[in-house]
Design a protein around this ligand. Structure first.
Ligand code: GTP
Ligand code: MG
Length: 168
């Protein structure tokens, strides 16, 4: 079940949703949003603030907030929590060195009162890189187990997995 299906059940009447994409820097958030929107991803710089994309899918309007993940700007994430319907946590599955950091930051987010009503999707990105953890391995971790679903995601695959984010 995708993030959209879960939120849809909760908010049957509302057609506009606010999705917050966060995760450590370099995990691939901006790439994912651009790919989904059919935009060029050949030159991408680290996000220093945020980008907003509005995407229409079926009869839903998704306002996707893609927020920069560098350590020095993570404290600003809290400015984007209000009225979030869906939280997408993007993991660089190949970055084993920073996995603890990644878990700790997610753990902190999940303590946030203002995100308590939001559905969580973890995207295990960069599956094309040798040695990357699989979604099952990521989901096994007790700290990440809280997620309603961990989806495979690889933005470098030939077939862009649009459904991994909002599919049924
Ligand atoms: N191999 C591989 N590289 C990827 C994939 N997705 C994104 N990248 C690369 O990862 C790097 C970082 O991607 P971004 O989209 O800028 O990452 P980000 O999470 O937005 O980073 P910040 O804005 O700094 O928080 C870029 O060089 C992308 O080309 C993937 O699925 N596989
Ligand atoms: Mg970015």
């Amino acid at each position: 079940m995708g993030l959209l299906s879960i939120i849809r059940k909760i908010k049957r009447k509302e057609k506009e949703m606010r999705i917050l994409m966060v995760g450590l820097d370099n995990s691939g958030k901006t790439t994912i949003v651009l790919k989904i929107n059919g935009e060029d991803t050949s030159v991408i710089s680290p996000t220093l603030g945020f980008n907003i994309k509005t995407i229409t899918y079926q009869k839903y309007t998704l306002n996707i907030w893609d927020v920069g993940g560098q350590r020095t700007i993570r404290s600003y994430w809290r400015n984007y929590f209000e009225q979030t319907d869906g939280l997408v946590w993007v993991v660089d599955s190949s970055d084993l060195r920073r996995l603890d950091d990644c878990k700790m930051e997610l753990d902190n987010l999940l303590k946030e009162e203002r995100l308590s009503g939001a559905s969580l999707l973890i995207l295990a990105n960069k599956q094309d890189i040798k040695g990357a953890l699989t979604p099952a391995e990521i989901a096994k971790d007790p700290k990440l187990f809280c997620a309603c679903c961990v989806r495979m995601c690889c933005m470098f695959a030939r077939k862009v997995s649009y459904k991994c984010m909002i599919g049924d």
